[in-house]
Design a binder for this molecule. Sequence first.
Ligand code: AGP
Length: 620
Amino acid sequence: MCGIVGYVGQDDAWPIIYEGLKRLEYRGYDSAGIAVVDDTGALHFRKTVGKVSGLDASILGAAPRGSLGLGHTRWATHGAPSHANAHPHTDCSSRVALVHNGIVENYLELKRRLTASGHVFQSETDTEALSHLVEEGLSLGLSFEEAFLRMGRMVKGSSAITATLQGEDGPICALRLGYAGGIVVAHHEGQGIVASDLPALLPVLEHGSGTPSVGFLEGGEMAVVSRDGVRYFDLDGNAIVKQPRRVSRDDVLVDKGGYRHFMLKEIMDQPQAMTAALRDRADFANGRVELPGFPLPPSAIGALERVVLIGCGTSLHAAQVGRHYIERLAGIPAEAESASEFRYRDPLIGPRTLVVSIGQSGETADTVAAMHLAREKGATLLTICNAEESQAARIADGALYMRAGLEVGVASTKTFISSLTILHLLAIYLGHARGRLDDAATRRLVDELSRGPGLISDLLGEADSYRDLAYRIGHYGNFLFLGRGASAAIAAEGALKLKEISYIHAEGYPAGEMKHGPIALIDPGMCTVALAPNDVLRDKTLSNIKEVKARHGVVVAVLTDGDDEAASEVDYPLFIPEAPELLQPILTTVPLQLLSYHIALMLGCDVDQPRNLAKSVTVE
Ligand code: AGP
């Protein structure tokens, strides 16, 4: 959460930082700000409440010019989105510009002490204490780097912090504390850039040749970035050597590909996302699954006693589907739990437990903390994540990457499909290794998976038809999503999608639970979305649909092509192609994504950047 960009070089810093912030806006968009050091060495601050576009030079009038600066796009934690609370923050003498992503857990204590010694605060943020701490270090006679490092040693909690100083040479100092909030540092042809994520590097890449080498800061590491290069230190000030990595243009490209929104592009990308997740893993010719990256040898798989799947939000829903896959195909007791609950329990896991963390970003604070807990307890740790340079990838014993490409829309779509695909592969792999699935059964399942991308494409061919339905039902103020078995998790995901991008109240419920309470809500003003594809539970869900209709509720149902009997019971039938049962969770997801998208669009909501949310939730 929050995006940071810092630049030092020969070019005008403002447009590079502005472009970088636009590319990081998915991390938060409550307010934004840029500070630039001009040619005389003076610092200039500009801030806006709301999106980064408020910093567009054409809106602001003349933007300050200089070749050193930093910027921030904020997801508010301490203090409302306001001009005063927007970053960069400064000190009493406006010498320091500092931006921050994370939470300073001891900020009240720091603020009290600094206030008592005469520092005057301008904002309600936890961050401002950090700029005053740097100022305090400077007034003790420390160099900027020393003062920055001293500040870092005084801060509790997980944070990414970047600062610069008045005077034309900078440098930019960047620090990562704990495991929240990534920092990537690049140096390329006399230009240094610091950012929360790779897409912010594009404005520098575009003006240079070749690809830069980048360093990813670990917790407890600091980078000092100047025109001459980058130096790395630990928190004790000892120089450290980091292995630079090359990044390609593809790693940094963010492009809507002609679609109106990233979310729609990412929905339409799902056949390719599923294909990429299957590549080199599903051996269609030989009917086998190979999982390079799986952390246990086949001989150890038989000894596994439990699989625990953890994640948050959409990734939790993927975990819930994965639980069904693993119990069904691998025959291993499996459970799915919110990482934010798991981390605060004392879960009974040990060396014979496989913990699978799921996450698009690999940076979700609760998921990362839950992984640390699993590590302490000696479990084998596998992560399914999209971001290959993420915390999750570094902590886990093994990683199965989604390979979905960058997902920019705050509402996760294609990475959900990637997660389900990999969980399906994992279940087949474990089932075969444990002898529960013989070669023939494995071949059949792999053949079934091969149909997935084509079946999604068929569904997407009808994508525009959801607009009409959105106009018919988008005015309902309440939605109940129902499903049984794996479809209960898809119902929860459908409700999450709708509420996060359209702000309509929506609940996802196991259909069998409806009669234990939610049925009291059914009336003509409640729209129920029921998932009743052709599976063993279809008849049960159909009974629930009839119960809703008997109480004059409106029903949209996701059914299998040709199910005229069920279609005749509901107001708005939606169809998925006939498909193997274990592919159905993937297919029933797509109509729900498209429906949410079109409802949000119809209501005039900001589909890609819904209010109050951020793409990666790096605070607890
Ligand atoms: C999904 O649409 C949400 N934006 C959110 O629930 C998300 O899935 C959650 O924050 C977890 O993120 P992760 O997959 O990056 O861990």
